[in-house]
Write a protein that binds this ligand. Structure first.
Ligand code: NAD
Length: 307
């Protein structure tokens, strides 16, 4: 019977369906012990991971029987894709299955930050009643700059357009917006930095995108934008971001992803009550609904693959 290793959490019902077809080892904590994975991976034809399992060359060189890697999510930066190509291992992301969850996070965090909810909350619970000292604005007719106009970027544009935002998008690999009915202007980074009130990042982490939003990018921002990052932490330089906030170049930020995860104290110690920011533990794509969709999608793909 084909053997499958699952190293991170999966929806129970989807797991039960997998067990009808395959011999499964499911340990949702094993990703913390990479050496153990390296030592047992030779037994398995299939591997199912999220983003915490490092599927690097040390794992893959021992994966003598591995034919299929299912990714319960979409970012593939934890998997050595080149190595997989060379070894003819099929890598399957759960494309689009958590896009709605991420888009809802972007809309809700943008709304909260433009309305300065974290600051009002902090003042209110301290008994300050900051009704006139903190100024908030409406989202309608503001500019949203989307960097990375793929599956999630487009979904975000769709949600935000409905809320009255004007959309600019930058993606050098997309030159035709006709595959979307959304009213969006394909633009460049300069215009996005200069005009946007909100900037949302939806890039894969690659050598090109690492550290892409840095001191130089912040210095071009003219409209004190809010920055939302749900893609990968290393795409934004975290120190430059905090500096830009304190220098009043940006007016807030929501981070769901961090350079190091779990986020380390040298970063979170810089966040003090009263800042207009929202930090969350890489959950924008993880909701009850998306967990079912992502898991069912990968289960179907792996069953089809080995059929
Ligand atoms: P996608 O591949 O559909 O879209 C990414 C887009 O970025 C593509 O259109 C691509 O052309 C563009 N791009 C690549 N390099 C670029 C560059 N240098 N400059 C500008 N654009 C560039 O991926 P997606 O499904 O939209 O997901 C985007 C990212 O979001 C994923 O790679 C993943 O890291 C992250 N993500 C995070 C969560 C979460 O829970 N926080 C959930 C889902 C996805």
């Amino acid at each position: 019977m084909t053997k499958i290793l699952i190293t991170e959490f999966i929806n129970q019902n989807s797991l039960d369906n997998l067990k009808k077809k395959f011999q499964i080892k499911y340990d949702e904590k094993i990703f913390e012990d990479k050496l153990k994975i390296e030592n047992i991976i030779h037994n398995y034809e299939g591997l199912i991971v999220r983003n915490k399992t490092q599927v690097d060359s040390n794992v893959l060189k021992n994966a003598k029987k591995l034919k299929f890697i299912g990714r319960l999510g979409v970012g593939l930066d934890n998997i050595d894709i080149e190595f997989c190509k060379n070894k003819n291992i099929h890598v399957q992301p759960a494309t689009a299955m958590n896009a709605d969850s991420v888009a809802e996070y972007v809309v809700s965090s943008s709304m909260s930050l433009i309305k300065k909810i974290p600051m009002f909350h902090n003042g209110t619970i301290k008994g300050e009643w900051p009704r006139t000292t903190i100024k908030s604005t409406e989202i309608n007719q503001k500019f949203l700059g989307i960097i990375g106009f793929g599956t999630i970027g487009k979904k975000v544009a769709e949600y935000c357009e409905k809320n009255g935002l004007k959309i600019l998008a930058y993606d050098p690999y997309v030159n035709d917006k006709n595959d979307t009915a959304i009213d969006v202007k394909l633009s460049n980074l300069k215009e996005i930095y200069e005009k946007s009130d909100i900037i949302s990042i939806h890039l894969p982490l690659t050598n090109d995108t690492k550290n892409m939003i840095n001191k130089s990018s912040f210095s071009k921002m003219k409209n004190k934008p809010i920055i939302i990052n749900t893609s990968r932490g290393s795409i934004i330089n975290e120190n430059d971001l905090i500096k830009a906030y304190h220098e009043n170049i940006i007016s807030g930020f929501a981070l769901d992803v961090f350079e190091n995860e779990p986020v380390e104290s040298n970063f979170y110690n810089k966040i003090i009550p009263g800042m207009n920011c929202i930090l969350t533990p890489h959950i924008s794509g993880v909701t009850a609904e998306s967990n079912i969709r992502v898991s069912d999608f990968i289960v179907k793909k792996i069953i089809d693959f080995f059929n």
